[in-house]
Design a protein around this ligand. Sequence first.
Ligand code: ADP
Ligand code: MG
Length: 443
Amino acid sequence: NGGGSLRVRVTATGEETALAGIMRLVAEAQQSKSRTQILADRAAAWLFYIALGVAAITAVAWLIAVGFDVDVVARVATVLVIACPHALGLAVPLVVAITTSLAARNGILVRDRLALEKAREIDTVIFDKTGTLTEGSFGVVGVETADGWSEQRALALAAAVEGDSEHTIARGIRHAAEERDLALSRVTNFEALKGRGVRATYNGDEVYLGGPRLMEMLDLEPPRALNAFAEQAASKGQTLVYLITSDSPASNGTGEVVAAIALADVIRPESREAVRRLHDMGVEVAMLTGDSEDVARAVAQELGIDLFFAEVLPEHKDEKVRQLQQQGKSVAMVGDGVNDAPALAAADVGMAMGNGTDVAMHAAGITLMRGDPLLVAAALDISDRTVAKIRQNLFWAFFYNAAGIPLAALGYLSPVVAGAAMAMSSVSVMSNALLLKRWKALQ
Ligand code: ADP
Ligand code: MG
Protein backbone atom coordinates (compact mmCIF):
# COMPACT_ATOMS: atom_id res chain seq x y z
CA ASN A 1 0.00 0.00 0.00
CA GLY A 2 2.98 2.30 -0.57
CA GLY A 3 2.99 5.38 1.61
CA GLY A 4 -0.71 5.11 2.35
CA SER A 5 -2.29 3.54 5.34
CA LEU A 6 -4.44 0.47 5.41
CA ARG A 7 -7.27 -0.19 7.79
CA VAL A 8 -8.56 -3.68 8.13
CA ARG A 9 -11.54 -4.70 10.15
CA VAL A 10 -11.55 -8.31 11.25
CA THR A 11 -15.12 -9.51 11.35
CA ALA A 12 -14.44 -13.09 12.30
CA THR A 13 -11.48 -15.17 13.41
CA GLY A 14 -10.60 -18.84 13.59
CA GLU A 15 -13.65 -20.93 14.30
CA GLU A 16 -16.05 -18.28 13.08
CA THR A 17 -14.56 -17.69 9.65
CA ALA A 18 -16.38 -18.75 6.53
CA LEU A 19 -13.65 -21.28 5.79
CA ALA A 20 -13.97 -22.93 9.19
CA GLY A 21 -17.72 -23.02 8.61
CA ILE A 22 -17.27 -24.78 5.30
CA MET A 23 -14.94 -27.34 6.80
CA ARG A 24 -17.42 -27.96 9.57
CA LEU A 25 -20.21 -28.52 7.05
CA VAL A 26 -18.15 -31.05 5.13
CA ALA A 27 -17.15 -32.87 8.31
CA GLU A 28 -20.77 -32.95 9.48
CA ALA A 29 -21.88 -34.39 6.17
CA GLN A 30 -19.25 -37.09 6.28
CA GLN A 31 -20.26 -38.08 9.78
CA SER A 32 -24.00 -37.88 9.47
CA LYS A 33 -25.54 -41.29 8.90
CA SER A 34 -27.69 -41.87 5.91
CA ARG A 35 -30.22 -44.48 4.91
CA THR A 36 -27.72 -46.61 3.00
CA GLN A 37 -25.16 -46.31 5.76
CA ILE A 38 -27.64 -47.58 8.30
CA LEU A 39 -28.58 -50.40 5.94
CA ALA A 40 -24.93 -51.36 5.44
CA ASP A 41 -24.23 -51.29 9.17
CA ARG A 42 -27.21 -53.51 9.80
CA ALA A 43 -26.12 -55.91 7.05
CA ALA A 44 -22.62 -56.01 8.52
CA ALA A 45 -24.02 -56.82 11.96
CA TRP A 46 -26.15 -59.64 10.53
CA LEU A 47 -23.23 -60.98 8.58
CA PHE A 48 -21.22 -61.09 11.78
CA TYR A 49 -23.84 -63.26 13.51
CA ILE A 50 -24.24 -65.42 10.43
CA ALA A 51 -20.47 -65.90 10.37
CA LEU A 52 -20.44 -66.98 14.01
CA GLY A 53 -23.34 -69.32 13.37
CA VAL A 54 -21.79 -70.86 10.28
CA ALA A 55 -18.46 -71.22 12.12
CA ALA A 56 -20.19 -73.04 14.96
CA ILE A 57 -22.09 -75.30 12.56
CA THR A 58 -18.86 -75.98 10.65
CA ALA A 59 -17.07 -76.91 13.85
CA VAL A 60 -19.82 -79.23 15.05
CA ALA A 61 -20.41 -80.79 11.62
CA TRP A 62 -16.74 -81.56 10.99
CA LEU A 63 -16.21 -82.78 14.55
CA ILE A 64 -19.05 -85.24 14.11
CA ALA A 65 -17.90 -86.26 10.63
CA VAL A 66 -14.14 -86.66 11.10
CA GLY A 67 -13.51 -86.01 14.77
CA PHE A 68 -11.01 -83.52 16.07
CA ASP A 69 -8.39 -82.54 13.51
CA VAL A 70 -6.13 -79.56 12.81
CA ASP A 71 -8.01 -79.12 9.53
CA VAL A 72 -11.23 -78.49 11.42
CA VAL A 73 -9.63 -75.63 13.31
CA ALA A 74 -8.33 -74.22 10.02
CA ARG A 75 -11.78 -74.44 8.42
CA VAL A 76 -13.48 -72.68 11.29
CA ALA A 77 -10.82 -69.98 11.21
CA THR A 78 -11.28 -69.63 7.43
CA VAL A 79 -15.03 -69.14 7.86
CA LEU A 80 -14.39 -66.42 10.42
CA VAL A 81 -11.80 -64.72 8.24
CA ILE A 82 -13.90 -64.73 5.09
CA ALA A 83 -17.03 -63.63 6.88
CA CYS A 84 -15.42 -60.64 8.51
CA PRO A 85 -17.51 -57.90 6.87
CA HIS A 86 -14.95 -55.10 6.74
CA ALA A 87 -15.46 -54.39 3.03
CA LEU A 88 -19.13 -53.96 3.78
CA GLY A 89 -18.28 -51.47 6.51
CA LEU A 90 -16.02 -49.59 4.12
CA ALA A 91 -18.33 -49.53 1.13
CA VAL A 92 -20.56 -46.61 2.09
CA PRO A 93 -18.33 -44.23 4.09
CA LEU A 94 -15.58 -44.48 1.51
CA VAL A 95 -17.86 -43.45 -1.35
CA VAL A 96 -19.42 -40.68 0.70
CA ALA A 97 -16.06 -39.32 1.83
CA ILE A 98 -14.90 -39.22 -1.77
CA THR A 99 -18.05 -37.71 -3.26
CA THR A 100 -18.57 -35.06 -0.59
CA SER A 101 -15.01 -33.80 -0.86
CA LEU A 102 -15.15 -34.02 -4.64
CA ALA A 103 -18.39 -32.06 -4.65
CA ALA A 104 -16.91 -29.48 -2.29
CA ARG A 105 -13.96 -29.03 -4.60
CA ASN A 106 -16.42 -28.32 -7.41
CA GLY A 107 -18.34 -25.79 -5.35
CA ILE A 108 -21.10 -28.04 -4.01
CA LEU A 109 -21.17 -28.23 -0.23
CA VAL A 110 -23.16 -31.08 1.24
CA ARG A 111 -24.31 -30.43 4.79
CA ASP A 112 -26.75 -33.26 5.07
CA ARG A 113 -25.88 -36.65 3.61
CA LEU A 114 -29.50 -37.52 3.28
CA ALA A 115 -29.79 -34.63 0.85
CA LEU A 116 -26.93 -36.12 -1.18
CA GLU A 117 -28.76 -39.43 -1.46
CA LYS A 118 -32.17 -37.86 -2.06
CA ALA A 119 -31.08 -35.45 -4.76
CA ARG A 120 -31.09 -38.24 -7.37
CA GLU A 121 -34.82 -38.73 -6.90
CA ILE A 122 -35.65 -35.09 -7.63
CA ASP A 123 -38.00 -34.61 -10.58
CA THR A 124 -38.80 -30.91 -10.13
CA VAL A 125 -36.43 -28.05 -9.40
CA ILE A 126 -37.86 -24.71 -8.27
CA PHE A 127 -35.60 -21.71 -8.70
CA ASP A 128 -36.05 -18.42 -6.92
CA LYS A 129 -35.80 -15.78 -9.63
CA THR A 130 -34.00 -12.82 -8.13
CA GLY A 131 -30.42 -13.52 -7.18
CA THR A 132 -30.60 -17.11 -8.34
CA LEU A 133 -31.52 -17.17 -12.03
CA THR A 134 -30.66 -13.49 -12.28
CA GLU A 135 -27.67 -11.61 -10.91
CA GLY A 136 -29.93 -9.89 -8.43
CA SER A 137 -28.39 -6.49 -8.99
CA PHE A 138 -30.93 -4.02 -10.30
CA GLY A 139 -30.16 -0.93 -12.37
CA VAL A 140 -32.66 1.85 -12.95
CA VAL A 141 -33.46 1.96 -16.67
CA GLY A 142 -36.32 4.45 -16.71
CA VAL A 143 -38.39 6.83 -14.62
CA GLU A 144 -41.82 8.11 -15.62
CA THR A 145 -43.68 10.67 -13.55
CA ALA A 146 -47.22 11.95 -13.15
CA ASP A 147 -48.11 15.60 -13.69
CA GLY A 148 -46.27 18.07 -11.49
CA TRP A 149 -43.36 15.79 -10.72
CA SER A 150 -39.89 15.85 -12.23
CA GLU A 151 -37.85 12.71 -12.71
CA GLN A 152 -35.17 14.13 -10.41
CA ARG A 153 -37.57 14.83 -7.60
CA ALA A 154 -39.20 11.43 -7.84
CA LEU A 155 -35.90 9.57 -7.89
CA ALA A 156 -34.51 11.62 -5.00
CA LEU A 157 -37.56 10.86 -2.86
CA ALA A 158 -37.50 7.19 -3.86
CA ALA A 159 -33.82 6.91 -2.92
CA ALA A 160 -34.47 8.62 0.41
CA VAL A 161 -37.27 6.20 1.24
CA GLU A 162 -35.05 3.26 0.29
CA GLY A 163 -32.25 4.65 2.45
CA ASP A 164 -32.41 1.88 5.05
CA SER A 165 -33.55 -1.03 2.90
CA GLU A 166 -31.17 -3.87 2.13
CA HIS A 167 -33.28 -5.06 -0.82
CA THR A 168 -31.46 -5.23 -4.15
CA ILE A 169 -34.10 -2.95 -5.68
CA ALA A 170 -33.27 -0.35 -3.01
CA ARG A 171 -29.59 -0.59 -3.85
CA GLY A 172 -30.34 0.02 -7.53
CA ILE A 173 -32.44 3.07 -6.80
CA ARG A 174 -29.90 4.58 -4.38
CA HIS A 175 -27.18 3.96 -6.92
CA ALA A 176 -29.15 5.77 -9.65
CA ALA A 177 -29.71 8.77 -7.37
CA GLU A 178 -26.03 8.84 -6.53
CA GLU A 179 -25.06 8.74 -10.18
CA ARG A 180 -27.23 11.77 -10.83
CA ASP A 181 -25.83 13.58 -7.78
CA LEU A 182 -29.27 14.04 -6.30
CA ALA A 183 -29.53 15.50 -2.80
CA LEU A 184 -31.54 13.12 -0.67
CA SER A 185 -34.19 14.33 1.71
CA ARG A 186 -34.36 13.04 5.24
CA VAL A 187 -37.11 10.57 5.95
CA THR A 188 -38.29 9.05 9.22
CA ASN A 189 -40.31 6.03 10.35
CA PHE A 190 -38.78 3.73 7.77
CA GLU A 191 -40.47 0.37 7.52
CA ALA A 192 -39.84 -2.53 5.18
CA LEU A 193 -43.01 -4.24 3.96
CA LYS A 194 -41.79 -7.74 3.23
CA GLY A 195 -42.43 -8.85 -0.35
CA ARG A 196 -44.24 -5.59 -1.10
CA GLY A 197 -41.91 -2.63 -0.74
CA VAL A 198 -41.06 0.06 1.79
CA ARG A 199 -42.71 2.99 3.52
CA ALA A 200 -41.43 6.07 5.37
CA THR A 201 -42.51 9.55 6.42
CA TYR A 202 -41.29 12.61 4.58
CA ASN A 203 -42.38 16.10 5.63
CA GLY A 204 -45.30 14.62 7.49
CA ASP A 205 -46.45 12.72 4.42
CA GLU A 206 -46.60 8.96 4.10
CA VAL A 207 -44.45 7.78 1.22
CA TYR A 208 -44.65 4.26 -0.20
CA LEU A 209 -42.50 2.54 -2.79
CA GLY A 210 -43.10 -0.93 -4.08
CA GLY A 211 -44.47 -3.37 -6.60
CA PRO A 212 -47.80 -4.98 -7.50
CA ARG A 213 -48.39 -6.44 -4.04
CA LEU A 214 -48.04 -2.99 -2.49
CA MET A 215 -50.54 -1.51 -4.93
CA GLU A 216 -52.94 -4.26 -3.97
CA MET A 217 -52.42 -3.58 -0.27
CA LEU A 218 -53.07 0.14 -0.70
CA ASP A 219 -55.91 -0.57 -3.11
CA LEU A 220 -54.41 1.72 -5.74
CA GLU A 221 -54.36 1.64 -9.53
CA PRO A 222 -51.49 3.25 -11.42
CA PRO A 223 -52.68 6.41 -13.24
CA ARG A 224 -53.36 6.10 -16.94
CA ALA A 225 -50.54 8.47 -17.76
CA LEU A 226 -48.10 5.77 -16.62
CA ASN A 227 -49.71 2.87 -18.48
CA ALA A 228 -47.71 3.08 -21.68
CA PHE A 229 -44.47 3.22 -19.72
CA ALA A 230 -45.53 0.29 -17.54
CA GLU A 231 -46.51 -1.83 -20.52
CA GLN A 232 -43.26 -1.18 -22.27
CA ALA A 233 -41.25 -2.07 -19.17
CA ALA A 234 -43.28 -5.25 -18.68
CA SER A 235 -42.74 -6.36 -22.26
CA LYS A 236 -39.00 -6.15 -21.70
CA GLY A 237 -39.21 -8.09 -18.47
CA GLN A 238 -38.26 -5.08 -16.38
CA THR A 239 -39.29 -4.82 -12.76
CA LEU A 240 -41.59 -1.90 -12.05
CA VAL A 241 -42.03 -0.13 -8.72
CA TYR A 242 -44.38 2.74 -7.94
CA LEU A 243 -43.76 5.79 -5.79
CA ILE A 244 -46.79 6.79 -3.79
CA THR A 245 -47.22 9.93 -1.69
CA SER A 246 -49.96 12.23 -0.50
CA ASP A 247 -47.75 15.21 -1.37
CA SER A 248 -49.26 15.44 -4.82
CA PRO A 249 -51.64 17.87 -6.47
CA ALA A 250 -53.93 15.05 -7.50
CA SER A 251 -54.37 13.60 -4.02
CA ASN A 252 -56.55 14.97 -1.28
CA GLY A 253 -54.54 13.70 1.59
CA THR A 254 -54.65 10.08 0.47
CA GLY A 255 -51.77 8.51 -1.39
CA GLU A 256 -51.38 8.90 -5.12
CA VAL A 257 -48.99 7.28 -7.54
CA VAL A 258 -46.56 9.98 -8.63
CA ALA A 259 -43.92 7.98 -10.44
CA ALA A 260 -43.03 4.59 -11.85
CA ILE A 261 -39.45 3.37 -11.83
CA ALA A 262 -38.34 0.59 -14.16
CA LEU A 263 -35.41 -1.55 -13.09
CA ALA A 264 -33.57 -4.21 -15.02
CA ASP A 265 -31.87 -7.19 -13.53
CA VAL A 266 -29.49 -9.24 -15.62
CA ILE A 267 -30.24 -12.90 -16.22
CA ARG A 268 -27.17 -14.95 -15.36
CA PRO A 269 -25.45 -16.20 -18.51
CA GLU A 270 -25.50 -19.79 -17.21
CA SER A 271 -29.21 -19.91 -16.41
CA ARG A 272 -30.38 -20.97 -19.85
CA GLU A 273 -27.92 -23.83 -20.05
CA ALA A 274 -28.80 -24.83 -16.50
CA VAL A 275 -32.47 -25.19 -17.41
CA ARG A 276 -31.59 -27.11 -20.57
CA ARG A 277 -29.39 -29.57 -18.66
CA LEU A 278 -32.09 -30.22 -16.11
CA HIS A 279 -34.56 -30.82 -18.93
CA ASP A 280 -32.09 -33.26 -20.49
CA MET A 281 -32.07 -35.14 -17.19
CA GLY A 282 -35.86 -35.32 -17.36
CA VAL A 283 -36.30 -32.81 -14.55
CA GLU A 284 -39.08 -30.23 -14.65
CA VAL A 285 -38.03 -26.64 -13.92
CA ALA A 286 -40.19 -24.10 -12.09
CA MET A 287 -39.58 -20.52 -10.97
CA LEU A 288 -40.78 -18.65 -7.92
CA THR A 289 -40.73 -14.89 -7.48
CA GLY A 290 -42.18 -11.97 -5.60
CA ASP A 291 -41.94 -9.97 -8.79
CA SER A 292 -44.87 -9.25 -11.11
CA GLU A 293 -46.57 -11.71 -13.42
CA ASP A 294 -45.21 -9.89 -16.49
CA VAL A 295 -41.60 -9.99 -15.40
CA ALA A 296 -41.91 -13.62 -14.34
CA ARG A 297 -43.42 -14.57 -17.72
CA ALA A 298 -40.69 -12.73 -19.63
CA VAL A 299 -37.89 -14.43 -17.68
CA ALA A 300 -39.56 -17.86 -17.81
CA GLN A 301 -39.98 -17.56 -21.58
CA GLU A 302 -36.42 -16.39 -22.05
CA LEU A 303 -35.09 -19.38 -20.12
CA GLY A 304 -37.53 -22.02 -21.34
CA ILE A 305 -38.96 -22.64 -17.87
CA ASP A 306 -42.06 -24.85 -17.70
CA LEU A 307 -43.91 -23.33 -14.79
CA PHE A 308 -43.75 -20.12 -12.77
CA PHE A 309 -45.36 -18.58 -9.71
CA ALA A 310 -45.35 -14.77 -9.57
CA GLU A 311 -46.19 -12.20 -6.89
CA VAL A 312 -45.57 -14.77 -4.20
CA LEU A 313 -45.19 -13.25 -0.77
CA PRO A 314 -42.12 -14.44 1.15
CA GLU A 315 -44.28 -16.27 3.70
CA HIS A 316 -46.03 -18.20 0.93
CA LYS A 317 -42.97 -19.48 -0.87
CA ASP A 318 -42.90 -22.75 1.08
CA GLU A 319 -46.58 -23.34 0.25
CA LYS A 320 -45.70 -23.51 -3.43
CA VAL A 321 -43.12 -26.17 -2.65
CA ARG A 322 -45.67 -28.18 -0.68
CA GLN A 323 -48.22 -27.74 -3.43
CA LEU A 324 -45.91 -29.47 -5.90
CA GLN A 325 -45.04 -32.15 -3.36
CA GLN A 326 -48.72 -32.89 -2.92
CA GLN A 327 -48.90 -33.55 -6.63
CA GLY A 328 -46.46 -36.35 -5.93
CA LYS A 329 -43.37 -34.51 -7.07
CA SER A 330 -40.00 -34.76 -5.47
CA VAL A 331 -38.92 -31.15 -5.23
CA ALA A 332 -35.60 -29.35 -4.93
CA MET A 333 -35.69 -25.65 -4.10
CA VAL A 334 -32.85 -23.32 -5.06
CA GLY A 335 -32.74 -19.91 -3.40
CA ASP A 336 -30.47 -17.37 -1.81
CA GLY A 337 -32.41 -15.05 0.43
CA VAL A 338 -33.66 -15.02 3.98
CA ASN A 339 -37.18 -15.20 2.56
CA ASP A 340 -36.30 -18.45 0.81
CA ALA A 341 -35.32 -20.27 4.01
CA PRO A 342 -38.76 -21.80 4.78
CA ALA A 343 -39.08 -23.02 1.19
CA LEU A 344 -35.56 -24.47 1.31
CA ALA A 345 -36.44 -26.33 4.48
CA ALA A 346 -39.77 -27.56 3.10
CA ALA A 347 -38.27 -28.95 -0.09
CA ASP A 348 -37.06 -32.55 -0.34
CA VAL A 349 -33.67 -31.08 -1.08
CA GLY A 350 -32.85 -27.42 -0.39
CA MET A 351 -29.97 -25.78 -2.22
CA ALA A 352 -28.74 -22.41 -1.01
CA MET A 353 -27.03 -20.37 -3.66
CA GLY A 354 -23.67 -18.67 -3.69
CA ASN A 355 -23.15 -15.63 -1.55
CA GLY A 356 -26.58 -16.23 -0.09
CA THR A 357 -27.53 -15.49 3.46
CA ASP A 358 -26.49 -17.67 6.40
CA VAL A 359 -30.11 -18.38 7.13
CA ALA A 360 -30.59 -19.86 3.68
CA MET A 361 -27.46 -21.98 4.08
CA HIS A 362 -28.65 -23.38 7.39
CA ALA A 363 -32.04 -24.27 6.00
CA ALA A 364 -30.54 -26.04 3.00
CA GLY A 365 -29.01 -29.50 2.82
CA ILE A 366 -26.73 -28.41 0.01
CA THR A 367 -24.97 -25.10 -0.55
CA LEU A 368 -23.76 -24.06 -3.99
CA MET A 369 -20.64 -22.01 -3.40
CA ARG A 370 -20.76 -20.11 -6.64
CA GLY A 371 -23.74 -18.18 -7.95
CA ASP A 372 -23.88 -20.62 -10.81
CA PRO A 373 -27.19 -22.37 -11.52
CA LEU A 374 -25.34 -25.03 -13.53
CA LEU A 375 -24.22 -26.49 -10.23
CA VAL A 376 -27.79 -27.64 -9.59
CA ALA A 377 -27.62 -30.23 -12.38
CA ALA A 378 -24.13 -31.16 -11.20
CA ALA A 379 -25.43 -31.76 -7.68
CA LEU A 380 -28.17 -34.08 -8.97
CA ASP A 381 -25.53 -35.86 -11.04
CA ILE A 382 -23.08 -36.44 -8.20
CA SER A 383 -25.96 -37.67 -6.07
CA ASP A 384 -26.86 -40.21 -8.72
CA ARG A 385 -23.28 -41.40 -8.99
CA THR A 386 -22.86 -41.58 -5.23
CA VAL A 387 -25.84 -43.86 -4.79
CA ALA A 388 -24.97 -45.98 -7.82
CA LYS A 389 -21.44 -46.45 -6.53
CA ILE A 390 -22.63 -47.29 -3.03
CA ARG A 391 -24.92 -49.97 -4.46
CA GLN A 392 -22.12 -51.46 -6.57
CA ASN A 393 -19.85 -51.52 -3.57
CA LEU A 394 -22.42 -53.10 -1.29
CA PHE A 395 -23.03 -55.75 -3.94
CA TRP A 396 -19.36 -56.63 -4.32
CA ALA A 397 -18.66 -56.59 -0.62
CA PHE A 398 -21.65 -58.79 0.08
CA PHE A 399 -20.93 -61.06 -2.88
CA TYR A 400 -17.41 -61.84 -1.63
CA ASN A 401 -18.69 -62.76 1.78
CA ALA A 402 -21.70 -64.69 0.58
CA ALA A 403 -19.69 -66.74 -1.91
CA GLY A 404 -16.78 -67.24 0.47
CA ILE A 405 -18.58 -68.56 3.53
CA PRO A 406 -19.95 -71.85 2.09
CA LEU A 407 -16.66 -72.55 0.30
CA ALA A 408 -14.78 -72.04 3.56
CA ALA A 409 -17.23 -74.16 5.55
CA LEU A 410 -16.87 -77.04 3.08
CA GLY A 411 -13.12 -76.81 3.29
CA TYR A 412 -12.34 -75.56 -0.21
CA LEU A 413 -10.45 -72.52 1.03
CA SER A 414 -7.34 -72.18 3.13
CA PRO A 415 -7.11 -69.41 5.74
CA VAL A 416 -4.38 -67.79 3.65
CA VAL A 417 -6.50 -67.67 0.49
CA ALA A 418 -9.44 -66.41 2.56
CA GLY A 419 -7.32 -63.61 3.97
CA ALA A 420 -6.16 -62.67 0.49
CA ALA A 421 -9.74 -62.73 -0.82
CA MET A 422 -10.83 -60.44 1.98
CA ALA A 423 -8.03 -58.01 1.25
CA MET A 424 -9.03 -58.20 -2.43
CA SER A 425 -12.60 -57.34 -1.60
CA SER A 426 -11.49 -54.25 0.29
CA VAL A 427 -9.20 -53.28 -2.53
CA SER A 428 -11.92 -53.69 -5.13
CA VAL A 429 -14.38 -51.65 -3.07
CA MET A 430 -11.75 -48.98 -2.61
CA SER A 431 -10.63 -48.80 -6.23
CA ASN A 432 -14.21 -48.80 -7.43
CA ALA A 433 -14.87 -45.80 -5.17
CA LEU A 434 -11.72 -44.07 -6.33
CA LEU A 435 -12.94 -44.24 -9.93
CA LEU A 436 -15.35 -41.48 -8.91
CA LYS A 437 -12.46 -39.08 -8.62
CA ARG A 438 -12.60 -38.50 -12.35
CA TRP A 439 -15.91 -36.69 -11.90
CA LYS A 440 -16.03 -32.99 -12.78
CA ALA A 441 -19.00 -30.76 -12.06
CA LEU A 442 -19.17 -29.00 -15.39
CA GLN A 443 -18.11 -30.98 -18.40
P1 ADP B 1 -37.95 -11.90 -4.85
O1 ADP B 1 -38.79 -13.09 -4.59
O2 ADP B 1 -37.92 -11.61 -6.31
O3 ADP B 1 -36.58 -12.00 -4.24
P2 ADP B 1 -39.12 -10.06 -2.84
O4 ADP B 1 -40.08 -10.98 -2.18
O5 ADP B 1 -37.95 -9.62 -2.07
O6 ADP B 1 -38.70 -10.61 -4.27
O7 ADP B 1 -39.91 -8.77 -3.34
C1 ADP B 1 -41.04 -8.90 -4.15
C2 ADP B 1 -41.45 -7.58 -4.75
O8 ADP B 1 -41.75 -6.64 -3.72
C3 ADP B 1 -40.40 -6.93 -5.59
O9 ADP B 1 -40.42 -7.41 -6.90
C4 ADP B 1 -40.82 -5.47 -5.51
O10 ADP B 1 -41.90 -5.22 -6.40
C5 ADP B 1 -41.34 -5.34 -4.10
N1 ADP B 1 -40.30 -4.89 -3.16
C6 ADP B 1 -39.77 -5.59 -2.13
N2 ADP B 1 -38.87 -4.83 -1.46
C7 ADP B 1 -38.81 -3.64 -2.08
C8 ADP B 1 -38.05 -2.43 -1.87
N3 ADP B 1 -37.17 -2.29 -0.89
N4 ADP B 1 -38.27 -1.41 -2.72
C9 ADP B 1 -39.14 -1.53 -3.73
N5 ADP B 1 -39.87 -2.62 -3.98
C10 ADP B 1 -39.72 -3.68 -3.17
MG1 MG C 1 -34.43 -13.68 -3.91
